[in-house]
Unconditional design. Structure first.
Lengths: 136, 389
């Protein structure tokens, strides 16, 4: 396989949507990444919960992420067919989220690389946030 | 109050099988229980406490207590993955210290090899009520690719190399060559590890532990019981347990829960890493070992690569003999849970019953360190300090 073109992407299993997380997933279908913020302590956390994991306050405010990030770590799952990239991306909003990097040349991936938010339809049609390298 | 000196490990048994298509999981639990009882010189009727984890089928301990035919007054089915059995030893000591139990049986068994389980490479879906599920499963995290992210970050942040990680497998293989039951008995070189297929960058196949059937059991008992038996005495001095997850989004992949469970165990025991003669360190992957060695305080954070290189973990060669049975990396990782075999080899070393080629001379103090789950997602850590009396 030529290393200059990205690998074919895999089919994404649909995420479980719960009453607690519905707002997040509705926004994802609008291609917006919402992050929960605590009304008591003001901290943003991830993954979204109804109660703040820092202070147990009500985490019912949401902020929209700017959509930029940086790779904190990643790994290329070579064993899978097609291979895919799992990663943690650091967001300027203060959290690191588990995700996939898509549309990337495996050989050019690096920790610290700047990436931008994209949305990919899962098997149910529900869109899921992922990231792709920002072209230099 | 502490559990220091309040309980002894009086029985330890590792099932010799590594592939058991002809036995049931429950049967393997019974066989390891029998083996540990025979090792201790006790009978089944002496057991008054029972411990098991998620490998034991049923609702907590209920099916196994029924199947094994035990009458117990204390049960505990704490499940922290592969580290569960270390937690069980500590919890058994606590129960014994309080008079809730006198002789505790802990069993582990499973058959991932016979059942064709894609242990490290298949994403696991799990209970739909898991709060993290929707935010993880779509991205296909697996055991191997999540540990791999820890290794990638460690390399980036501290300059750790694949060669240094490979030394951990090399050391385990030097030990496994003497173990007739080990799955992989061939001594490997750093080059062999690096030449093995890449599973998830930067982990090669030989950076990963084996998938085996089998199991093991230990028996923890009151000091009076221990002193009435005919086996060399192994006493618990200290214990610590600590779950670690994603910290609300402030994910840090460079350290494990051992950074929390380790110091607590050493403090309770009143000893330091420099006092340790032998270490059993959970070895699901090479990176797992490296991170725990740092977190326990055998070297500074970030210096683990240098510490494990050049044979420093090899008995008779290096400063910290580790996993002298060959570990999960080469010997056995039954039911995908390596904590029990870590305890068992430490007991062998302290009794002077390890293979002569790997027996640490005058082995008096051991640390057993286990993790369970994934260091790249959420895991439990447990640390035990054991001494020969």
């Amino acid at each position: 396989m030529p290393t200059s073109s990205p690998a074919p992407e895999r089919s994404i299993p649909a995420p479980v949507v719960t009453p607690e997380t519905r707002r997040f997933w509705e926004a994802a279908n609008e291609e917006r990444l919402l992050l929960p913020r605590c009304r008591a302590c003001g901290k943003v956390h991830y993954y979204p919960r109804a109660r703040c994991p820092f202070c147990f306050g009500p985490a019912d405010e949401w902020i929209e992420a700017r959509g930029e990030g940086e790779i904190y770590s990643y790994s290329i799952m070579r064993r899978a067919d097609p291979p895919y990239v799992i990663a943690y991306v650091s967001l300027p909003e203060g959290v690191r989220m588990l995700t996939n990097i898509i549309g990337a040349d495996f050989d050019e991936l690096a920790i610290g690389q700047k990436v931008r938010l994209v949305f990919v339809a899962s098997e149910s049609g529900q869109k899921v946030p992922m990231f792709t390298p920002i072209a230099p | 109050m502490s559990i220091k000196g309040k309980a002894y490990i009086v029985g330890a048994y590792e099932h010799p099988t590594r592939y058991a298509p002809d036995k049931s999981v429950a049967q393997l639990h019974a066989e390891v229980a029998l083996g540990a009882l025979e090792d201790a010189g006790l009978g089944k009727e002496d057991i008054d406490g029972y411990f098991c984890a998620g490998d034991a089928p049923g609702m907590g301990p209920l099916s196994m207590v029924d199947y094994l035919g035990l009458r117990v007054r204390h049960v505990d089915s704490t499940d922290t993955g592969g580290s569960s059995y270390l937690v069980h030893v500590a919890h058994a000591a606590e129960a014994i210290a309080l008079g809730k139990c006198r002789i505790a049986l802990i069993t582990l068994a499973g058959r991932p090899r016979s059942e064709g389980m894609a242990t490290g490479t298949a994403p696991r879906s799990g209970n739909p009520n898991l709060p993290e599920l929707g935010f993880e499963y779509p991205y296909a995290p697996t055991v191997v690719n999540t540990y791999a992210m820890c290794a990638m970050r460690h390399m980036y942040q501290y300059g750790t190399t694949s060669e240094q990680l490979a030394w951990i497998k090399v050391a385990a293989s030097h030990h496994a060559q003497h173990n007739p039951h080990a799955l992989l008995r061939e001594v490997v070189s750093v080059e062999d590890v690096l030449a093995s297929p890449m599973i998830a960058d930067p982990l090669h196949r030989l950076d990963c532990c084996v998938i085996t059937d089998g199991g093991g059991a230990v028996i923890v008992a009151h000091p009076d019981v221990a002193k009435s038996l005919r086996r060399p005495l192994v006493r618990l001095l200290g214990a610590g347990e600590a779950p670690k997850g994603q910290l609300g989004g402030e994910v840090d992949l460079t350290y494990s829960g051992a950074a929390w469970s380790g110091p607590r165990a050493f403090e309770e025991a009143g000893v330091k890493p420099a006092d340790i003669d032998y270490a059993s360190i959970y070895d699901s992957f090479t990176i797992t070992v490296l991170m725990q060695i740092e977190d326990l305080g055998f070297c500074e954070k970030g210096q683990g690569g240098r510490f494990v290189a050049d044979g420093n973990l090899i008995a008779g060669v290096g400063k910290l003999p580790f996993n002298t049975d060959g570990g999960g990396l080469c010997n056995n990782h039954p039911a995908n849970r390596g904590g029990m075999t870590k305890i068992i080899e430490a007991v062998r070393q302290l009794r002077g019953e390890a293979h002569p080629a790997v027996q640490v001379k005058d082995c008096a103090l051991a640390v057993v360190q286990g993790t369970g789950g994934s260091l790249g997602l959420r895991h439990g850590s447990a640390t035990l300090i054991l001494e020969r009396v």
